[in-house]
Design a protein around this ligand. Sequence first.
Ligand code: SF4
Length: 442
Amino acid sequence: MKVYLHSIGCRLNQSEMETLGRQLLAAGHEIVNDPAQADQVVINTCAVTSEAARDARNITRRIHRDNEAANIFLTGCYATIAPDKLAQIEGASRVVTNQDKSQLLHILDPQARHDLPLYEQEPILREFLAGSSGNTRAFIKVQDGCDNRCTFCVTTIARGDSQSRHLGDIVAEIQALHAAGYREAVLTGVHLGSYGRDLDNHTTLRDLVAAILAYTDIPRLRLSSLEPWDIPTDFFDLWQNPRLLPHLHMPLQAGSDAVLRRMARRTSRASFRALTDAARAAIPHLNLTTDIIVGFPGETEAEFAESVDFVREIGFSRLHVFPYSSRPGTAAARMPHHLPQALKKERARQMIALGQSLSHAFHGGYEGAQMDVLWETAVGAGAPDRHGAALKWVGYTDNYIRVHATGPVNLFNQITSTRLHSARADGMAGEIEYLTSQLPAQ
Ligand code: SF4
């Protein structure tokens, strides 16, 4: 079969589609990058905002219009909270909720083996890496679901309570991915901080990270997103190991204690400040990014101003700004004083502008710095240099600065020492100095 996999939303959705892709390859099928060529299509949907839900509907209709013969399977959070609605979309062949998502391989191919030993998977992992143009990082699902009840959040409704994978399975998977050529692993989950709490031996996220650093050779280990609570005081000591990358995405969501209480967030301005101070003290070159919701029900001008001030005080390097989106079944949807769309849009505009100035300031601090960059995506032809033909590349430093540079055509998944020289709105421009990993033959 030719299978097209599409993921909307978070890194967890992406990691689930990557795993399915590797399983399908192992079963002898082909992963295609163009839905028009596919026999089967899987769309992993997201329900976090009404925009994400609309994207799922539009993508389904578009793929069906361009390829009526393909079977389209809709899975993920939106498919879980609105299965009947999605089943009625033109082109939708079947809706598979999150609870049945692990059966997707069997649904697509009942003969496929689920349990191929990791050592047998290496050639498949290598093929997947080579085929996944633009994605050198392996997203590893370590945990699913969440036991918190933030009032705006639909994820707990769609994914249920927290469940953790066993530490040994995760370590083995990362070792196999490294053996297959991956240089970076990103730990993903819904609430990483609760990792292991549901396991018999009450392993913790700290134990997991320490085990990956001790028992695998992966050069770069990154955490995807970390809620700002349930973090033990000695957690940041782990960053003494330079393979653990100095980038933390900690969703603040609001900078007003009153709004945080209405959101039922288990954090406050004071505890968030203390946590980021501790992280900055322990982790050199830390890049701190966050999510912010503006226009939460009842958010006054004063509360919004508090958010703006607190975001500026913490000095994040990147903000993901979301105008509040009312989600069915959440407590916040039933709250009074929902704000007009125009006001939410205006507050988002202001918060985004602040984010851009903070981002520029953060990148400005790295002008002239020499840093290792893992190159991911070729974005176009570049001016040939003494190495011969060249391409324009995009890659990331260890602390998640997005870097643009011109380099040889075979730079995919290579790490080079790079001189960063000018800040851009979306990162920095750089000059490749020398390779810190052997270039594959041209
Ligand atoms: S911590 Fe809150 S926002 Fe995050 S997944 Fe859980 S309920 Fe949702």
